[in-house]
Design a protein around this ligand. Structure first.
Ligand code: SF4
Length: 401
């Protein structure tokens, strides 16, 4: 029988800042691994990407290793999601572990260059000091919600606008300087540094057999102690949230602005693909945002949708037309416009934009809207009657009166 993982673990956050000697004393020297050995360890560990996509890390490394030219290895520290701060905290507390991941991969792949790309939300101090002593180029780029998307990041590093490009050219084949490019989130790199040191069996001593290891989670919203925690994969949502002390939770947004809501009645669900699937949610970048019973979920969702519509690169039809339309309809619903067609129209638009963009921005935005309508069905019905069940909301009541 599988032992249920406990919520807390501290593999990643007990770093020594920019002090390399203290870092080596804490974690041990970084081994130099041949590509075959590193690939075997990462594959056996079952490590998946911690940047949102959740793909097996070994698959990406293998794809780049098969390229015709020496590759470029890129650490993705562009944390474009406003609700996430786990990458910033990791780079601040444990920059050398991220740099270890870059270095061990760059050596094994005989990479032409290793780059750590960071956005404006990353504190320059510790990571700048740490990178100065390592064979890594630190590159600061502009931020934005879609700027951390893999192809947008590669465009930014190639001196172009940091916008997603066509999905048919894989960066693992042609990325930075037209070279095969391995882009991994900074947390994934830190995990690879641990796997390289301690092996796959140790990595699997935390988490679930089919979803091993730990992850960083950013907890925000209606909590007494917001911040970043490290929890074992497969922890219950309630256990992961406990250190932050939720206050009157009504629902939790799992996975950020491209994520989905889990109602407070279901906080016993585990943070796994299977148990989050009924809510169309996934762990993604580890964002857990708590909504309290006094805040109107339609108000909040309309503001999120506004943000998402503004963040699109405005290159494709779904973003140009569909996202602003969904934001506008959600606002009308939030302020209490009594148009019974609004929920159907929102669902229709969400289905229409899905799968039609050059990147996943419309899909993620549509998923968020569909989840809002589904989880807050009672709220939607109340707003259509001109009232709002949330204690602090005045919008729907004032429009109705
Ligand atoms: S789908 Fe939207 S965000 Fe993605 S490339 Fe097209 S316009 Fe840009």
């Amino acid at each position: 029988m599988t032992t249920a993982p406990s919520a807390l673990a501290r593999r990643l956050l007990d770093g020594a800042g920019a002090d390399h000697e203290a870092h080596v004393a804490r974690y041990g020297a970084l081994p130099g691994l041949r590509l075959d050995d590193l690939l075997a360890a990462v594959a056996d560990s079952g490590l998946t990407g911690r940047g949102g996509g959740g793909f097996p890390a070994a698959t990406k490394v293998r794809a780049v290793a098969q390229g015709a030219r020496r590759p470029v290895v890129v650490g993705n520290g562009i944390e474009g999601e406003p609700l996430s701060s786990k990458d910033a905290v990791l780079l601040n507390r444990n920059p050398h572990l991220v740099l270890d991941g870059l270095e061990v991969l760059a050596r094994a792949l005989h990479a032409k260059r290793a780059i750590l790309a960071v956005g404006p939300e990353i504190e320059p101090g510790p990571v700048t000091d740490a990178a100065r002593r390592r064979p890594v180029h630190l590159v600061a780029l502009a931020g934005g919600f879609v700027a951390g998307q893999e192809t947008a990041l590669v465009n930014g590093l190639n001196g172009q606008a940091p916008l997603p490009r066509d999905p048919f050219t894989r960066v693992t084949e042609s990325g930075v300087d037209d070279r095969p490019t391995l882009v991994l989130n900074v947390e994934t790199l830190a995990q690879i540094a641990l796997v390289a040191r301690y092996g796959a069996t140790w990595f699997r001593s935390a988490g679930l057999p089919d979803d091993p290891g730990t992850s960083l989670f950013t907890i925000s919203g209606s909590v007494s102690r917001p911040g970043v925690i490290e929890a074992e994969r497969g922890a219950r949502l309630s256990d992961a949230l406990a250190p932050a002390r939720p206050v009157r939770p009504a629902a939790v947004l799992v996975g950020g602005y491209h994520g989905a809501w889990v109602p407070a009645s279901d906080l016993g669900a585990r943070l796994t693909r299977a148990e989050l699937a009924p809510y169309s949610a996934s762990v993604g970048t580890g964002i857990l945002h708590v909504l309290d019973t006094e805040t109107c979920p339609l108000d909040l969702s309309a503001d999120v949708m506004d943000y998402l519509a503004r963040q699109s690169a405005r290159q494709c039809g779904p973003c140009l037309n569909g996202l602003p339309r969904m934001a506008s309809d959600l606002h009308r619903l939030a302020v209490g416009v009594r148009d019974p067609d609004l929920p159907n129209e929102l669902e229709r638009m969400a289905a229409l934009v899905t799968g039609r963009g050059a990147c996943a921005h419309p899909d993620g935005s549509a998923r968020f809207v569909a989840s809002t309508l589904r989880v807050f069905r009672g709220h939607v019905a109340a707003h259509l009657e001109g009232r709002c069940p949330s204690a602090r909301s005045t919008r729907a009541r004032s429009v109705a009166s």
